[in-house]
Design a protein around this ligand. Structure first.
Ligand code: CP
Length: 310
C-alpha cells in the first residue's frame, strides 16, 4: 500500500485510505516503541531537515525523535538563529539546505500556505508541521490515533472542539479528518472565535454554549487561546473567558457523564482548561504526545516509500 501523495501538506487532500494507512502503520511503529531497542533501520539512507520558522516544543521534538527511531540523519533549523534573520528568503534557505543532499523537509511556518508554496518550487518531499491558521496534519493524525486507541473506531464518535476555532490549524485539520472518517464534530466557543464559514463549508455543528457541547460529545478536544494571533481583543478578559468557556471539574461534574479530554498543547492552565481536568483520569493529553512519535514515524516512512517507488 502506498500514499496517494508525495507531500503531507494537509488533511484536506488525503483520501480515507491514506488516513487508514497512516494510522495502521503507526500502530506497528507504536509496537516498535514498546521494545527495549526502539529503533528500526527503515530510513537509514534518508536525511531530513526540521525547518522551524515558528516556536514548537512537542512537534519539533516528536519529529526529531521519530526520525532518529527510523535511523534517518537529521538536521535542525531554527529561524531565530539562522540567516533568515539577515533577510535570506525561504526558498533560498531551502535550496541551500537541499544542495547538501537533504531528502525531506519538515516545516513549520507562521504563514498559511508556506509549505504549499515550497512544494511548487522544490523537488524534495515536504511535511507540514503547522502553517499559520491553516492546517496541522500530523496533530490531527495523532489525535485520531489516540481517539481510535481509546474507542476502537472513529465512526460515529462525537467530538466537540472547544475554544479558539478561528486561529486554530488543529481545528481545521481535525474537522477534515473526522469528517472523512465518519465521526461527528461540534465546535464550541465564543461567537467571535468561531468563523462564520465553518457550518456551511465544513458541515460541523456550532454552539456558543460549552455545556451543550459537553452534553453532546464523547470527546472534548480543548484548544489553546492563541493571543499571539489576535490583533484586537476578541473577548473581554482571560478570567471571563475561563468563567464562560473554560473546562472545569465542576462543569464536567454537572454534566454527569464520562468525557475524554484532549488538548494539543501547550495548555493555558486556568484559561481554557483547569489543571485538575488536564491532569485528571479522563485526560489523554500525554497519550496524544506519546502517540505523536509513532504517527510521525508512519508519515515519514510512508512518504519516503512513496517517493522511492515513484
Ligand atoms: N501541539 C503542538 O503543535 O505543540 P507545539 O507548538 O509545542 O509543537
Amino acid at each position: 500500500m502506498k500514499l496517494s501523495t508525495k507531500h503531507l501538506l494537509g488533511i484536506k487532500n488525503l483520501t480515507t485510505q491514506d488516513i487508514e494507512l497512516i494510522l495502521s502503520t503507526a500502530t506497528q511503529f507504536k509496537e516498535v516503541l514498546q521494545r527495549p531497542v526502539k529503533k528500526v533501520p527503515s530510513l537509514r539512507d534518508i536525511t531530513i531537515v526540521n525547518l522551524f520558522y515558528e516556536n514548537s516544543t512537542r512537534t519539533r521534538m516528536s519529529f526529531e525523535l521519530a526520525e532518529k527511531r527510523l535511523s534517518a540523519d537529521t538536521l535542525n533549523f531554527a529561524a531565530s538563529s539562522s540567516s533568515a534573520k539577515k533577510g535570506e528568503t525561504l526558498l533560498d534557505t531551502v535550496n541551500n539546505i537541499l544542495s547538501m543532499k537533504v531528502d525531506m523537509v519538515v516545516m513549520r511556518h507562521s504563514a498559511s500556505g508556506a509549505p504549499h508554496f515550497l512544494a511548487k518550487h522544490i523537488p524534495a518531499a515536504i511535511v507540514n508541521a503547522g502553517d499559520g491558521i491553516n492546517e496541522h496534519p500530523t496533530q490531527a493524525l495523532l489525535d485520531a490515533f489516540s481517539m481510535q486507541e481509546q474507542f476502537g473506531t472513529l465512526k460515529g464518535l462525537r467530538v466537540a472542539i472547544i475554544g479558539d476555532i478561528m486561529h486554530s490549524r488543529v481545528a481545521l485539520s481535525n474537522i477534515y479528518l473526522l469528517g472523512k472518517m465518519g465521526a461527528e464534530v461540534m465546535v464550541a466557543g465564543p461567537p467571535t472565535l468561531i468563523p462564520k464559514y465553518i457550518t456551511a463549508a465544513l458541515g460541523v455543528k456550532v454552539t456558543y454554549n460549552v455545556a451543550e457541547a459537553l452534553q453532546w460529545c464523547d470527546v472534548a478536544n480543548v484548544l489553546r487561546i492563541q493571543l499571539e494571533r489576535q490583533n484586537q481583543p476578541l473577548f473581554s478578559s482571560l478570567r471571563e473567558y475561563n468563567l464562560a468557556y473554560g473546562i472545569s471539574s465542576q462543569l464536567l461534574d454537572s454534566i454527569g457523564k464520562k468525557i475524554t479530554i484532549m488538548h494539543p498543547g501547550p495548555i493555558n492552565r486556568g484559561v481554557e482548561l483547569d489543571s485538575d481536568v488536564a491532569d485528571g483520569s479522563n485526560s489523554i493529553i500525554l497519550n496524544q504526545v506519546e502517540n505523536g512519535v509513532a504517527v510521525r514515524m508512519a508519515v515519514l516512512y510512508l512518504l519516503a516509500n512513496h517517493n522511492n517507488q515513484s
